[in-house]
Design a protein around this ligand. Structure first.
Ligand code: ADE
Length: 279
C-alpha cells in the first residue's frame, strides 16, 4: 500500500513536520501524504500503538516517520515534546494540529468535567501546541501551522462542546495569522465535513442512521474522504499557499452552504472520491 499524492514527490524534502493525532483517521492520511512527498513526519498522540502502526506503514512505503507520546492537555508534556524534537531533529518546519476528541451528548447533560476535557483537548491543547511551536521553532525562521477543526458553522448539535472549542480554534487561527505574520508564520485551518473512516464510526452503530440522513443534506450527496482532507492540508503547507494566512478551507461537499429552500434530488454526479491510497 502506498499513498498517491497529486503533489510533486520531493515537495517537502528536508522538512520536518509534526502531525498530532497522526496515528489514525485524517491525521494518518495527512502523515502518509506528507511522508510520500519527502517530509520527515513526526507523529504525536496519547496512544502508542496506532502511532507505531502508521510509522511502520510509512516506513514500508519508503517514507520517514517517528513517534512521540504526548497528551496535548498537559503543558509539561508539550514542553518535553518540543525539547525532544529539537534535540533529535534540530528544527521544525510545520505543525498540523489534528489531535482532538469529543463525545456525543445533548448539551443539557454535559458535565463540567466532560465540557472541560473537550475544551482542554481541542482548544487549549491546540493553543499550547501553537505557542510552543512559535516560541521554540517558528519565531526566528518562520513556519506553517494548519489546524484541523470541524464543520461547526451552523452550530454543532449533539456535540456542543466541540463545536464551541473548534469555533474557538477558527478564531485563534485568525489571531495567530496576524500576530505571527512578522515572523513569516502562516496559520490556516481545514474544516472537514462528513468524512468516511474510523473517525465517524467511533461513535458506534447509533450513528449510522444519522450518517445516512446527513448524506441527503450534502449537496454533493456523498461523504468525503480522509485523503481529500489531507490534500487541503498539503496544499496549505506547500509553497503555492505562501500568500494564504488566517484562512479556513472547508472540505465538506458544500454541506455548510445548503439550504432547505433549494431542493437537491438524490444524484450520483459528485466528482469521483479521491482516496489517496493505492495498492
Ligand atoms: N488525541 C485525542 N486526545 C488527545 C490528547 N489529549 N493528546 C494527544 N492526542 C490526542
Amino acid at each position: 500500500m502506498r499513498y498517491q499524492s497529486i503533489f510533486r514527490p520531493d515537495l517537502f524534502k528536508g522538512q520536518v513536520i509534526l502531525v498530532t493525532g497522526g496515528g489514525t483517521g485524517i491525521g494518518r492520511a495527512i502523515a502518509h501524504e506528507l511522508a510520500s512527498l519527502g517530509a520527515q513526519v513526526l507523529l504525536a498522540a496519547r496512544k502508542l500503538e496506532p502511532l507505531e502502526q502508521t510509522r511502520d506503514e510509512i516506513a514500508a512505503a519508503h517514507g520517514s516517520a517517528s513517534v512521540y507520546l504526548c497528551n496535548i492537555r498537559q503543558e509539561e508534556q508539550i514542553t518535553a515534546l518540543f525539547a525532544e524534537i529539537l534535540a533529535e531533529h534540530g528544527r521544525l518546519d510545520a505543525l498540523v494540529n489534528n489531535a482532538g476528541g469529543q463525545f456525543m451528548s445533548p448539551a443539557e447533560s454535559i458535565s463540567n468535567k466532560g465540557w472541560n476535557a473537550v475544551v482542554e483537548t481541542n482548544l487549549t491543547g491546540t493553543f499550547m501546541m501553537c505557542r510552543e511551536a512559535y516560541n521554540r521553532c517558528f519565531r526566528e525562521r518562520g513556519g506553517r501551522i494548519v489546524n484541523i477543526i470541524v464543520d461547526m458553522w451552523r452550530g454543532f448539535p449533539g456535540m456542543a462542546h466541540t463545536g464551541a472549542a473548534r469555533a474557538g480554534v477558527e478564531n485563534l487561527t485568525k489571531s495567530l495569522a496576524v500576530e505571527w505574520s512578522r515572523s513569516g508564520v502562516l496559520v490556516n485551518a481545514v474544516a472537514p465535513g462528513l468524512i468516511e473512516g474510523n473517525g465517524i464510526l467511533q461513535y458506534g452503530e447509533a450513528m449510522l442512521p444519522f450518517i445516512q440522513a446527513m448524506k441527503k443534506d450534502i449537496p454533493l450527496k456523498r461523504m468525503g474522504t480522509e485523503a481529500e482532507c489531507a490534500a487541503a492540508v498539503t496544499f496549505l503547507l506547500s509553497p503555492a499557499a505562501a500568500y494564504i494566512s488566517g484562512e479556513t478551507i472547508k472540505v465538506d461537499g458544500a454541506y455548510s452552504l445548503w439550504r432547505k429552500t433549494w431542493e437537491i434530488e438524490d444524484h450520483e454526479n459528485a466528482p469521483a472520491a479521491y482516496g489517496g491510497f493505492v495498492d
